[in-house]
Design a protein around this ligand. Sequence first.
Ligand code: SF4
Length: 277
Amino acid sequence: MYIRPFDPWKSKLCTCPFKYTLNPYTGCDHACVYCYITSYIPKAFKVRTKEGLLPSLERELRKFDKRFIIAMSYSSDPYPTVEEKLGVTRKVLELFKRYDVRCLLLTKSNIFERDIDILSELRCAVGITVTTVDERKASLLEPNAPSPRDRIKALKKAKKAGIPVYARIDPIIPFYTWEDFEKTLKALNFVSHITVSTLKLRPDIGARMRAKFPELMRKLEPLYTERYEGYYYLKRDLRFTILQRARELIERRGITFGSCREGYYSYPTCDGSHLVP
Ligand code: SF4
């Protein structure tokens, strides 16, 4: 089965409405330093296609309950570099169109611009993740992902085509991307919903972060004192101060606010799925 219920771990901190998820590829070559899939996907930064994906998916879609949403993707990006050449995700979207599937798309690429023609005919909402609009910081954090500027440009085009659009500012990294939060927010002013989340650390993420940002990690690590479900979290007072401020700044712009795996407020949904028609 390629379509799976989201959150098979049933995390207590996950507030997502029930939905399904589909990863058109295994692995993701954006190679974000804070990526969590490296803890459960071997060779996570190497993109592989899935054998027999399209015929299997078509069989699954014939029986799929259309009330539910399929989110793409939470354990990869639906638009890795190779998608430009292979067009697997485009073919998946064609199947979604044929079977009238409701879809929540999330990417860190601008390649989806190519698919705006199909996306505008689907029941879907499209979102991008932008951790910072500082291009230098973004290239250190997300070395192989297209630039935030290009992602934002593509999302504006999607909005112009009538597609509901949202964004994730995720993760917020104190002393680093948090410094640019207002600028990032200003650049995303045109979206309907923003989901935020603070950086969570696991051993693999910590090791990559320490190798790349030794100074920053010297300041950050002593603040990661709380542990939930295998992740270290920023201590609660600091985390909630950041989330409260982010919420004020987002809502002040007339954008709805969501938070992801924080045990904090979201409205109307944490993940933007209320935008899917
Ligand atoms: S885009 Fe997402 S899945 Fe891909 S490397 Fe970055 S964090 Fe991991």
